[in-house]
Design a protein around this ligand. Structure first.
Ligand SMILES: *[C@@H]1O[C@H](CO)[C@@H](O)[C@H](O)[C@H]1NC(C)=O
Ligand SMILES: *[C@@H]1O[C@H](CO)[C@@H](O)[C@H](O)[C@H]1NC(C)=O
Ligand SMILES: [Ca+2]
Ligand SMILES: [Ca+2]
Length: 369
């Protein structure tokens, strides 16, 4: 009998080490730790037409909003880094056998092992991206192309008037001249009152460059999904199966009639400041909703049901996987604010509902702490 407690302990520890991605999988939604006050989804995938030159020159517009002090206060600037949290590695069940959108390759549910890693607790903000640009002089792809995709519903009438071309399959996406991370809805908009919101209009290439600058990288899809699940198993959302437990909003999504009327019952019509909604079990904020997040994997829809170790996706492809949905996601049109849900964009695409966060393996953490 004296052996029982220690055996039980060994057993529990054993379970914890091999299944730590799914620790605490009791399915109860965590209590909200922050009042949901404020306000994501692909809802069509605006893409740059391959080989079509934009009718604007490649130069970024003259810009005074970002003060360049390249090198001068490099060290100080790097210290404005995003807090990260350890995502315990282990085995988890990726995908689902009850796909809501089968064509997206949400299934089958399959066992996957990921090693422990660190993840930014929130999406990369305008403030953080501004620091990066001030330090490096980096010019994003949207700035080089001279335009980016913006959701029609958030454009001013004067900007809308100047646009003729739209994406046939998703007419609410408009290519807006001069839209980029500094001007999220085009030239007549700016980020001065949104520095704590997620950066928008960053391509996959831009996102990777930002993460590398901090000795970080983009998460694999498997890492992202393990992180999204927050230790719960077989749940739709990072917090459980109910979209609004106790009547509360847990993510910045779309309420109302997409794409015509957003009631913003969650407090936000567009993006929200990062960390406006409760974190998941791993301490990650806005892992679904607010903005879509780029992952490092190439897109494909056929997955093996065999167990994989640290999968990194196909060797090549044309699109990259994005996860989590955005403030534009509504169940009627884009039910993709679930951990198993996924969508894709070409690596040079950018839009007003797509951002990212970075991760780091144990080997790099000493360089960024
Ligand atoms: C930023 O936009 C606001 C309106 O949204 C405007 O009042 C302000 O002058 C703009 N700031 C700059 C630096 O353009
Ligand atoms: C370590 O950082 C470099 C960039 O500095 C990155 O390419 C590499 O993937 C990182 N390794 C891990 C495990 O995060
Ligand atoms: Ca909202
Ligand atoms: Ca997000």
């Amino acid at each position: 009998a004296a052996m029982a407690p220690s055996l039980a302990l060994v057993f529990l520890l054993g379970l914890a080490s091999s299944w730590s991605c799914v620790q605490g999988s009791n399915g109860d939604p965590p209590e909200p730790t922050a009042a949901p006050g404020a306000a994501g989804c692909g809802c069509g995938n605006p893409k740059r037409a391959a080989g079509v030159e934009d009718d604007v020159d490649g130069a970024a517009p003259a810009e005074s909003a970002v003060k360049y002090s390249r090198g001068a206060s490099r060290r100080d600037q790097k210290q404005e880094k995003s807090p990260m949290v350890l995502i315990p590695g282990g085995d988890f069940l990726m995908g689902t056998d009850e796909p809501s959108i089968p064509a997206d390759g949400e299934g089958p549910q399959r066992p996957v092992h990921v090693d422990s890693f660190y993840m930014d607790i929130h999406e990369v903000t305008n403030q953080q991206f501004q620091t990066f640009v001030a330090d490096t002089g980096y010019v994003t792809e949207a700035e080089k192309f001279g335009d980016s995709f913006v959701f029609e519903g958030i454009l001013s009438d004067s900007v809308k008037k100047e646009i003729t071309q739209a994406v046939a399959a998703a007419p609410w996406w408009l290519p807006v001249k001069g839209a980029n991370w500094k001007h999220p809805e085009g030239q007549d908009s700016n980020i001065t009152d949104r520095l704590d919101h997620p950066v928008l209009h960053v391509s996959w290439n831009d996102a990777l460059t930002y993460c590398s600058w901090l000795h970080k990288r983009l998460p694999t899809e498997a890492e992202w999904e393990c992180a999204c699940r927050g230790g719960l198993q077989n749940r739709l959302y990072p917090w459980g199966n109910k979209l609004n437990p106790k009547g509360q909003h847990y993510a910045n999504l779309w309420q109302g009639d997409f794409p015509n009327h957003n009631t913003a019952e969650d407090g936000y019509v567009k993006t929200s400041p990062v960390m406006s909604f409760p974190p998941n079990g791993f301490g990650l904020y806005d892992i679904v909703g607010n903005v879509w997040e780029w992952t490092s994997d190439w897109w494909m829809v056929h997955h093996t049901a065999e167990k994989l170790q640290n999968p990194t996706g196909p060797q090549s492809g044309s699109d990259k996987v994005k996860k989590g949905g955005s403030y534009m996601c509504h169940k009627s049109y884009c039910y993709r604010y679930r951990c198993a849900a996924r969508s894709q964009n070409t690596p040079d695409s950018s839009a007003s509902n797509l951002g990212f966060r970075c991760v780091s393996g144990d080997d790099n953490i000493s360089r960024i702490k």
